[in-house]
Design a protein around this ligand. Structure first.
Ligand SMILES: [Ca+2]
Length: 78
């Protein structure tokens, strides 16, 4: 298992459409968002960054780039 999880390739959402899990390229299983936040802070993911809601809850979001196809909102749900 490589130390870097790579880019997100799929997501899981709750009934409100909020992302609860992210599947990374170099990981076999879905990663809960709070864990994805920690991995991203440690520089172990690609293509995403940590942001905070007005309520202070941390989440991951896309680092804007040329492609929208790979954005979290456009990834397949698993
Ligand atoms: Ca993108």
């Amino acid at each position: 298992m490589t130390d870097n999880a790579g880019k997100p390739v799929a997501v899981r959402k709750d009934k409100d459409g909020d992302i609860t899990h992210v599947k990374f390229k170099n990981r076999d299983r879905m990663t809960p968002v709070d864990q994805a936040v920690n991995m991203t802070k440690q520089g172990k993911t690609d293509g995403i960054r940590v942001n905070k809601t007005g309520g202070g809850k941390e989440y991951v979001q896309d680092i804007p780039d040329a492609s929208k196809k790979d954005n979290l909102a456009n990834l397949p749900e698993k």
